[in-house]
Design a protein around this ligand. Sequence first.
Ligand SMILES: *[C@@H]1O[C@H](CO)[C@@H](O)[C@H](O)[C@H]1NC(C)=O
Ligand SMILES: *[C@@H]1O[C@H](CO)[C@@H](O)[C@H](O)[C@H]1NC(C)=O
Ligand SMILES: *[C@@H]1O[C@H](CO)[C@@H](O)[C@H](O)[C@H]1NC(C)=O
Length: 484
Amino acid sequence: MGKQPSAWITTQQKKRWPLMILLLLSLSTLMAFLIRSTFNSCSNGSINNVGNFIREGQEEEKGGTHHQVNHNDEAPTPNPLDFMKSKLVLLVSHELSLSGGPLLLMELAFLLREVGADVVWVTNQKQTESDDIIYSLEHKMLNRGVQVFSAKGQEAIDTALKADLVVLNTAVAGKWLDAVLKEHVADVLPKVLWWIHEMRGHYFKLEYVKHLPLVGGAMIDSHTTANYWKNRTRERLGIKMPETYVVHLGNSKELMEVAENRVAKRVLFEHVRESLGVKNEDLVFALINSVSRGKGQDLFLRSFHESLKLIQERKLKVPPIHAVIVGSDMNAQTKFETELRNFVSQNNMQGRVHFVNKTLTVAPYLASIDVLVQNSQARGECFGRITIEAMAFQLPVLGTAAGGTMEIVVNGTTSLLHPAGKEGVMPLSNNIVKLATNVEKRLTMGKRGYERVKERFLEHHMSERIAKVLKEILLHKAKRHSES
Ligand SMILES: *[C@@H]1O[C@H](CO)[C@@H](O)[C@H](O)[C@H]1NC(C)=O
Ligand SMILES: *[C@@H]1O[C@H](CO)[C@@H](O)[C@H](O)[C@H]1NC(C)=O
Ligand SMILES: *[C@@H]1O[C@H](CO)[C@@H](O)[C@H](O)[C@H]1NC(C)=O
């Protein structure tokens, strides 16, 4: 039992009670926000930290649902989603798991519940997660008043027919339409909003998306992804996208609360650095994404290695720099992970490169690093939620000039961009050195990023954007109705 009460507490023991209480407060905030905030909307990799997650689920039960409501210390402003009150909304998820798509749909479910909509959830696919996770996720929804039905039962069909709005989440959820609704498909299509978060070739199958042209609308997380879908559906499948709305995501209130709580941040900073064996004054560059070639951890490590060489060659006076890779999963990407680790040991970087397993709780890492690296390759991120989360923590971003990242950051102001692919290795290593040697620049960029988040990437911004789309879909449905 010696060190049992967890390092969070141990680091605090020397300090005073008021701090303790603050810490506990911020911890409960952390617990509450765990699930809602942190994942990358485009990544399909599930993010595991089951232990934490389930504990959080229990916390929630005790806390009841109030804390969601009176949470906002700003002046009460009308919720842009208020018009959804008493509307019946059916959410169709392709799976129930701790991965980006389903968690985002759950976030929408809770936003709708907050304004008094009736929300029904169905999961179309077989379970991929353990029973514990499914149970915990379903429970979380039931606690917030979301009804959970079987995807294939009569209840689901009746709900689809009665609903004011049906949200299909991800391309794959399209299979549900024919499989379950059968002869009713045409009646339901006009009120379907199809929410798409992916930019990968294998989604362009008629089997999934053949009804796309006739739905009420499509909602996509970035312009890059929307253009990609428009082009690909036309070129590959010969179908036309419906009215398509780009909706950039926003940070949850819970994440912002931690990001803006100095004490919480400091505690997390010290705790995480201690656990990684990194000194407080060292500089940490972190890439937080599920480990896979598409996310570019290999190229980042090459850049990092080049930076170490540059610093040594030029005899630059900088604190020791570290690379942290959060999102490791030895079981899923064994070959790639082994390659990364071999690269580290071949270049004697063991003391400078740290691997952290996949986790839902990215806030502690965001609180304890100096720079976020977003190195997604090829078409880049579809949106890349970790980018706005990092900016909330006043971190500068070193990102690939691709995909949604370009729609979030301002090159030179909040971020320094480098090309995707091998030609990005040297530019990224130069940017690493630039930020390592220039404290002023680093801090200013972080501040500018934070300001940008406050201007456009908060939960209420996202709610406003979603509200506009939902209004359009309801209108569209009404028109169809009066025409027929
Ligand atoms: C559209 O897709 C085709 C191939 O499917 C590609 O050659 C072309 O460059 C794309 N156009 C745009 C504007 O992305
Ligand atoms: C990380 O995951 C690996 C296997 O996936 C496991 O063996 C290891 O104990 C985990 N590390 C931590 C710190 O949880
Ligand atoms: C970002 O800014 C740098 C410096 O101004 C410039 O060299 C680079 O081309 C820019 N990259 C993009 C993608 O705009």
